[in-house]
Design a protein around this ligand. Structure first.
Ligand SMILES: Cc1cc2nc3c(=O)[nH]c(=O)nc-3n(C[C@H](O)[C@H](O)[C@H](O)COP(=O)(O)O)c2cc1C
Length: 203
């Protein structure tokens, strides 16, 4: 079943620029859900396709699309986690194996891969765009009624793990976005106090 989204607008179409109090309220209360508290069902094929489409509607200097997705679910996700368990075993490190709970629990993991393109656009900006994709994917999944969490953990940085995932030499994991149904509603976490974070530049 597809979610009730408008189709992708054609290039050049006039788009609405309207206030959205519902969106503001959603942003004021949105909260990631612990990955180990995510269970099935996850998004179906149509919902996943919608989520990925929404996640790519991000600022992208030079329109390079310097990112891609690797979807992990079902038996293939189990096999991927098994490969990582093998790495943890080889290194005799139970802490590494324990960290895999966040990957194993949710029904769906989407690896957002930063895939920078050579040229004039600074790599830093392309990495930031990949981060924006992660944020948008988490936000869209929450707005669709799922729980979601942006996780990196050791297997995002380990070269043997990223080889199992199939990354190219210039690519990096921006995040694994874990998606599923929350076992329980999330609780508010500590939030930063705004005042010390804001200054006003003046002459
Ligand atoms: C780049 C990045 C990597 C993260 N990696 C992890 C991780 O490996 N493990 C973890 O428990 N949380 C990780 N987090 C934090 C979770 O996403 C955290 O649950 C989230 O920031 C909760 O905040 P929210 O409710 O405001 O979304 C990461 C966050 C970011 C931005």
């Amino acid at each position: 079943m597809r979610s009730d989204l408008p189709p992708a607008p054609p290039f050049g179409a006039a788009l609405p620029l309207a206030a959205s109090p519902e969106t503001l309220r959603f942003l004021a209360l949105r909260r990631s859900v612990s990955a180990v508290a995510l269970v099935g069902p996850g998004p179906d094929a149509g919902q996943l396709s919608d989520l990925l489409r929404l996640a790519t509607r991000v600022p992208d200097h030079g329109k390079l699309a310097p990112w891609r997705f690797i979807v992990l679910d079902g038996a293939d996700k189990v096999a991927f986690a098994g490969g990582l368990e093998g790495l943890a075993r080889d290194r005799n490190d139970p802490l590494l194996a324990g960290k895999l709970a966040k990957l194993k629990a949710p029904p769906l993991a989407v690896a957002v891969i930063s895939s920078p393109k050579p040229g004039a656009i600074p790599e830093w900006e392309q990495l930031l765009s990949a981060g924006a994709v992660c944020t948008s994917l988490v936000t869209a999944a929450l707005a669709m009624g799922f729980g979601a969490n942006w996780i990196t953990d050791w297997y995002s940085y380990d070269s043997e793990a990223t080889a199992i995932l199939g990354l190219g030499s210039a690519e990096r994991v921006a995040g694994f976005v874990m998606i599923g149904t929350p076992k329980e509603p999330p609780q508010e976490r500590e939030r930063p106090v705004l005042d010390p974070l804001v200054t006003r530049w003046s002459r």
